[in-house]
Design a protein around this ligand. Sequence first.
Ligand SMILES: [Zn+2]
Length: 288
Amino acid sequence: MHGPKTILMFLLAGAAALGADFSGASALEYTRRAVALGPRPPGSAAIRKLQTLIAGEARAQGARVEEDNFTAQTPIGPVAMKNIIARFGGGSGRVVVLTGHYDTKHMLKIRFVGANDGGASTGFLLEMARTLAGRNLAGQVWLVWFDGEEAFGDWSATDGIYGSRHLAARWAGDGTLPRVKALINVDMIGDKNLGILEEWNSTAALRKLVWQAAADLGYARHFLNSLSAVEDDHMPFLRQGAPALNLIDFDYPPWHTAGDTLDKLDAASFTVVGQVVHETLRRLQRLP
Ligand SMILES: [Zn+2]
């Protein structure tokens, strides 16, 4: 009994180091719980329920949770918004930040539940919290769920990415930003047909690190070599000089339609992105 047990423990330790305990099925289940709340635009009763769910789950996983409340000036007037920050690990050194948005686009004419757009990033980060809980981290890892990623009208410099613009400005002002070693944003990563584009605003060194991790794990076919620029929640941090990267699959036909529903998603896609992000975290923690 002693021999096989030792080998099993060794195998499990190896698997955990590679992030193999990130469960796509669990991430999809978290996503399902968010989508079950219905449309979740900023300021709605549904998004308030989701805020309670996110903060409660993050606290249950042992994170130190901060609720970052602010009022956004939008084309439909002032809207109360909230970023949720969950901190794991100790020390006062540099930090890796994993982010994504949890709001869904405010739409009057259709019932938009944003399974992939808003839902997937929410579920992905909740599963990240579960897999970071109790880890012996070399540095701190922060998870941020952004509010107000979506524009109320047409996307512009002042309409859209409200939460990330607010937090990047706050962190630039309070001295937090220089501590950010890397910020990795995820958006629409649950698509059955997963193809992450190489977002070309993103910091080149981070792109290399992530694409190499994906190749080493055998997932190169999901991490495309087509360069394309996408404005997303990483942009305000890039503009303030922080290294940041966006992981997004923008080839998604139901985007911003009533067809963005759970049946378009696949647990396997969450698993791929989860394992690649965990492997990237491991490599980032080896860097100074
Ligand atoms: Zn969207």
